[in-house]
Design a protein around this ligand. Structure first.
Ligand code: NAD
Length: 288
């Protein structure tokens, strides 16, 4: 039997519809959520991502304010701009598009986004809270968007996370590590794999829930998947033939129980979680 394909666009659309209604309610109380999108330099891929985020904001009534410092901006100047946004009451969320140009220290820059406006969840305070949360209700206000979207997609299948064997392939601070922390907070037994893992397939075959974020096209073959597993493919790899994930989709769909496509799986959820975080930031800033 073929896997059920998880429609990330549809899950995202229903969350965005709810957010749009919430923004309309906030407007009646005189609150308009505002997101600052900080894009340093002119990296074409980053420009596309930021445009998509701004468009998504507009569609649900969030105002976005584009900040576009030149690629060679000195770090202190960028930090000064962030501090200014931290003080601006019309701005509820601040997004610093990564990667930053090489002369900038990303960790240092991100420290200067107020934790209250950290809608990407990358401030060390929010990451630390994520690490220390034992239970779901102890999580920080903002958790990184792609990992939050991964959990929503798993939940959309109706498969219970608690007590399951979950395997995460990839240990980046943007995806792999936070996904693992969220799965732990949901009471899964979590194993993390990475580029030095020996016999990856032996580990992934044990997974009831498999999340793959390695950035290696079609790394996960059908025989590396437990029959019936929930497989979430975070990978986005641009090949000549088009976008492909980290999971071999054609093979996986013969084995998995649930599977996300690329594109149309995790991607739409990342932006949706950013919108959700921004709306939450605005609501809480207004004391509502
Ligand atoms: P990264 O390069 O920072 O990390 C990749 C991780 O995969 C590393 O921890 C590495 O150890 C591990 N890895 C690499 N090769 C491996 C192998 N052969 N076996 C096992 N593990 C291996 O990447 P990232 O930022 O975490 O992104 C991962 C993928 O997810 C990329 O394709 C990226 O484009 C995609 N991504 C998608 C979204 C989205 O919204 N859809 C968001 C973020 C990242």
């Amino acid at each position: 039997m073929g896997a059920k394909i998880i429609d990330g666009k549809q899950v995202a659309a229903s969350i965005r519809q709810r957010l749009k209604e919430e923004v309309a309610e906030l407007a009646k109380k005189g609150v308009t959520p505002g997101l600052a999108t900080v894009l340093v330099g002119e990296d074409p891929a980053s420009q596309v991502y930021v445009r998509m985020k701004e468009k998504a904001c507009g569609e649900i009534g969030i105002i976005s304010k584009g900040i576009r410092p030149p690629a060679d901006i000195p770090q202190e100047e960028l930090i000064a701009q962030l501090e200014e946004l931290n003080r601006d009451p019309a701005i509820h969320g601040i997004l610093v598009q990564l990667p930053l140009p090489k002369h900038l220290n990303t960790a240092e820059v991100l420290k200067h986004v107020s934790p209250e406006k950290d809608v990407d969840g990358f401030h060390p305070l929010n990451l630390g809270k994520l690490l220390s949360a034992k239970y779901w209700d102890e999580l920080p206000k903002f958790v990184p968007c792609t990992p939050a979207g991964v959990i929503k997609l798993i939940d959309s299948t109706g498969v219970e996370i608690e007590g399951k064997q979950a395997v995460v392939v990839g240990r980046s601070i943007i995806v792999g590590k936070p996904v693992a922390m969220l799965l732990l907070a949901r009471q899964a037994t979590v194993t993390m794999c990475h580029s030095r893992t020996k016999d990856l397939g032996a580990v992934t075959r044990e997974a009831d829930i498999l999340v793959v974020a390695a950035g290696v096209p079609r790394l996960i073959k059908g025989e590396m998947i437990k029959p019936g597993a929930v497989v979430i493919d975070v990978g986005v790899n641009r090949l000549e033939e088009g976008l492909v994930g980290d999971v071999d989709f054609d093979q996986a769909k013969e084995v998995a129980g649930y599977l996300t496509p690329v594109p149309g799986g995790v991607g739409p959820m990342t932006i949706t979680m950013l919108l959700a975080n921004t709306v939450r930031a605005a609501r809480e800033a207004a004391g509502l």
